[in-house]
Design a protein around this ligand. Sequence first.
Ligand SMILES: O=P(O)(O)OC[C@H]1O[C@H](OP(=O)(O)OP(=O)(O)O)[C@H](O)[C@@H]1O
Ligand SMILES: NC(=O)CC[C@H](N)C(=O)O
Ligand SMILES: [Mg+2]
Length: 509
Amino acid sequence: MCGIVGVISRTPVNQLIYDALLLLQHRGQDAAGIVTMQGTKCFMHKARGMVRDVFRTRNMRALPGTVGLGQVRYPTAGNAYNEEEAQPFYVNAPFGIVLVHNGNLTNAHSLKKELFDIDRRHINTESDTEVLINILAHELELAARNLPLTPEEIFKAVSAVHKRIKGSYAVVALIAGYGLLAFRDPYGIRPLCYGQAMGADGNPEVMVASESVALEGTGHKLVRDVAPGEAIFIDLAGQVHAKQCAENPSLNPCMFEFVYLARPDSIMDGVSVYQARLNMGETLAQRLISTMPPNEIDVVIPIPESSRPSAMQLAQKIGKPYREGFVKNRYVGRTFIMPGQGVRKKSVRQKLNAIGVEFKGRNVLLVDDSIVRGTTSKEIVQMARDAGARKVYMASAAPPVRFPNVYGIDMPTKDELIAHNRTMEEIRQFIGADALIYQDVAAMKRVVGQLNTKLNGFEASCFDGVYITGDVSAADFDAIATQRSSQGNDEEEGPGRSRLALQGESDTR
Ligand SMILES: O=P(O)(O)OC[C@H]1O[C@H](OP(=O)(O)OP(=O)(O)O)[C@H](O)[C@@H]1O
Ligand SMILES: NC(=O)CC[C@H](N)C(=O)O
Ligand SMILES: [Mg+2]
């Protein structure tokens, strides 16, 4: 889950894209990049780090033009430390294409070989996005017959891309001299929406983004989500052309977006993320009431940040006070999307600190949105005990995460998941809680699904083991897991340099 954005305006877009990326920062903390286009010339700046660290005044000045796109990266292929894998990617032919991608291709390894052997294209990084842009370039080359390039030809190329690539992808691409292309995989796994605003000169401006919060926060009005399999092409005059390019599209957004990834103030595929989290809290409360007497609980405490809506609703439902027992250091990013277990573990303690008075002598119910590797829960339960809690119960607003994810969440192997091959009792012992309660898979799907009856289902493979695209082979799983683990994502940054420091450091460029 990276954050992507693209915009077509009549006035400079560098600041607008920067602002949108800041609003999408929660989707990727490892690298950021922007490309703008003036005439047919493209300008790019990308580097490792958070948005505020990557773009300095002089970088912003070097991004002229009224069309552009940007990305914040959370790697699911390749390596967090490789600057060359930061997005956007660029190919010079045909026309000049710049592309940003959120998702993960499950057949990147075989496509890479096909690109070299048949299409005569060389891929120089481990990034699946480099594969994707080359497939698009190849298909656009075949589809474009005469100049000028038409939207129909572009859509033909996207149809061909859908046939070749597998996995999840929300894409924004800039075609030099023509405009902005956006498309979404046929299952609608990763989110993509677009909106409009009156530009500074009174002309309409169109923005495409991963989440509606990026549109809203930059003064754009959400028009709609891009449909699964659909492509939209926005020409340089700001006119939006749209076409369904997939044969059997079906809307199955990633459940983990609603559980954790997205911001609560976003509306995704017609579902309010905030409401989804409230509903999960409510149904978790019902489950709790039926398995454990609420009277044994003195207080409900959320594990900041993402669990707050669920914890609040749960507390209200069981009639117990909701208290903020942990303070979050606002300068530490999200731990789950940090690369490497070592840094994730260290970061939990640096990110959260207990307020003793909320724990002392009490039976506390800690609520998190999800328990994935158990890094957070294990630390937090101990912190609650250290702060004087009598009993520490733990509740997860999502069901156990038992299966790897291959669609854009970086958990490619079963063994890293705390709930894989462990009984409830074993998980409880691992995290050290006095009791442990999880959401139920069917209940979660029901209470989120009821928020938009037009959804065909969810991509919820990490919870139920069902891979929605139905085409992930054992070899694909192996290739993805091997590729990730061979990339040294757990490596230290260098003498004395922690990842945390890197994320917040200022530089004097
Ligand atoms: O079991 P784990 O492997 O620890 O993963 C799950 C935890 O990670 C996430 O928090 P994170 O700190 O990333 O972000 P948040 O501030 O949005 O909650 C999530 O909200 C859980 O707290
Ligand atoms: N999380 C994502 O969407 C990652 C995009 C792409 N697979 C990368 O690793 O850069
Ligand atoms: Mg959390």
